[in-house]
Design a protein around this ligand. Structure first.
Ligand code: 6PG
Length: 470
């Protein structure tokens, strides 16, 4: 059992559970929390009888820890992290390590890591996924930082992490500086897409297949036994089974307006900045934004009607077809997420191992799912795979799922049920497999109004031409 005491800053639910997890694995924890009452309650409650102690100030925390200090920061991402760092920096000595375990933006982590390096200190930006339960029982951890920092935090982080069924810890060094938080951001982007796709499938089960909440629950429970098996499908079934005291489904009482803290939006922004078509995650973010216009939607519903009896013309679809559509669209969102990881790896010179990243997500985290096994195998077979879509396993999946996927999207369009993520996934699939997109016309338009020039199909790339269109 390890004995190196860990410092923890921030006694929110994640921090509390991570401390319990560390202590259970042989690491005593000293906690600093600005809210003295909160700390007192924790120490007298869950932490009672354990080697978890509290300090009232940051200087006390620094004085308690042996060199090199290992401090885990669990405060809300953004300004709170910078404020904490400002207070902490004068108290640290060479080689001390600060681990930011929050959902920090990777650009902030890049900046903070550089600042620490200048002072001979070490900074680890570690994405941690799994919510409260994961923090306690074993989260997935995605650390980024210098290899030397990783060597000193590897044992303690891997000790508390979840493990795959093969016993591999869902925690490994992913790359320098902000790489860990970038990987966590992509995890969250995929989480957004997964959740939106599930919501679209639920909407279709209810509106097109006409199922009750209880019947839809049974469908999700059945889906969780097959290739869609995942934490998010599992909790969806449980959510649909939850009843109020008077027997009504709780789901029916929840306002249809989605919140978001920003990681999905950051993924979409990174995709735009790196020029990557990460359409499913972006649509999932926009779907949350549209849901948030709740009052406007209610007013619009009275004015904007589906015309031409579209609902009645909708082709019947089966739950089995919906399952295939959901699976295919889900693979597209993972493929896009990995494509963005690849692009960031090139941009920032991070040597990201996509197979290992897939295995980090196999347990402990919110997007844990059976599908991560074939994804991991695809990247192990070919570490340079340009897209998951081209892996032979997934080529077959798409071939089999395509008829159902097209029918589901077509039916949703006819019925007037919005499926932005599922249809964006299909449009991406059709775009990616198309050898000649109408971008030649687009180039002509650009050349027409702005003399932006175009390349020709019969000349080498890089030679540009202009037509005098008028
Ligand atoms: C996780 C979750 C976690 C958190 C999200 C929620 O991996 O454990 O992703 O990080 O629940 O930040 O994000 P939104 O509030 O944006 O949905």
């Amino acid at each position: 059992m390890a004995e190196h005491t860990i410092g923890l800053i921030g006694c929110g639910v994640m921090g509390q559970n991570l401390a319990l997890n560390f202590e259970r694995h042989g690491y005593p924890v000293v906690v600093y929390e600005a809210d003295a009452q909160k700390l007192k309650n924790y120490l007298a409650g869950q932490a009672a009888g354990r080697r978890i102690t509290g300090v009232a100030t940051l200087p006390e925390l620094a004085a308690t820890l042996a060199a090199p200090r290992r401090i885990l920061l669990m405060v809300p991402a953004g300004q709170a992290v910078d404020e904490c760092i400002a207070q902490l920096l004068p108290l640290l000595d060479a080689d001390d390590i600060l681990i930011d375990g929050g959902n920090s933006n990777y650009l902030d982590t890049n900046r903070r890591a550089a600042r620490f390096a200048q002072r001979g200190l070490r900074y680890v930006g570690a994405g941690i996924s799994g919510g409260e339960a994961g923090a306690l029982r074993g989260p997935a951890i995605m650390p980024g930082g210098t290899p030397a920092a990783w060597a000193d935090v590897k044992d303690m982080l891997q000790a508390i992490a979840a493990r795959t069924s093969a016993g591999t810890p869902c925690c490994d060094w992913v790359g320098p500086a902000g790489a860990g938080h970038f990987v966590k951001m992509i995890h969250n982007g995929i989480e957004y897409a997964d959740m939106q796709l599930i919501c679209e499938a639920y909407h279709l089960l209810r509106e097109v297949l006409g199922l009750s909440v209880a019947e839809a629950r049974a469908v999700f429970e059945a889906w969780n036994q097959g290739e869609l098996e995942s934490y998010l499908i599992e909790i969806t079934g449980r959510i649909l089974g939850q009843r109020t005291a008077d027997g009504q489904p709780v789901i029916e009482q929840i306002l249809d307006t989605a919140g978001q803290k920003g990681t999905g939006r950051w993924t979409a922004l990174a995709a735009l900045e790196l020029g990557q078509p990460v359409t499913v995650i972006a649509e999932a973010v926009f779907a949350r934004c549209l849901s948030a216009l709740q009052e406007e939607r209610v007013a619009a519903a009275a004015v904007l009607k589906a015309r031409g009896g579209a609902e009645s013309q909708a082709e019947p679809i089966s739950a089995a077809e919906l399952r295939q559509a959901l699976y295919a669209a889900k693979v597209i969102s993972y493929a896009q997420g990995f494509q963005l990881l690849r692009a960031a790896g090139k941009m920032y010179d991070w040597d990201l191992d996509c197979g290992r990243i897939a295995s980090l997500w196999q347990a402990g985290c919110i997007i844990r799912a059976s599908i991560l096994q074939p994804i991991r195998r695809a990247f192990e077979r070919d570490p340079g795979l340009p897209s998951l879509l081209l892996d032979p396993f997934f080529v077959e999946i798409f071939a089999a799922a395509q008829p159902a996927w097209r029918r589901v999207v077509a039916t949703a369009v006819q019925a007037g049920v919005p499926v932005p993520a599922m249809s964006a996934a299909l449009a991406y699939y059709d775009g990616y497999r198309n050898p000649r997109l109408p971008a030649h016309l687009l180039q002509a338009q650009r050349d027409y109004f702005g003399a932006h020039m175009y390349e020709r199909i019969d000349r080498p790339r890089g030679e540009f031409f202009h037509t005098d269109w008028t």
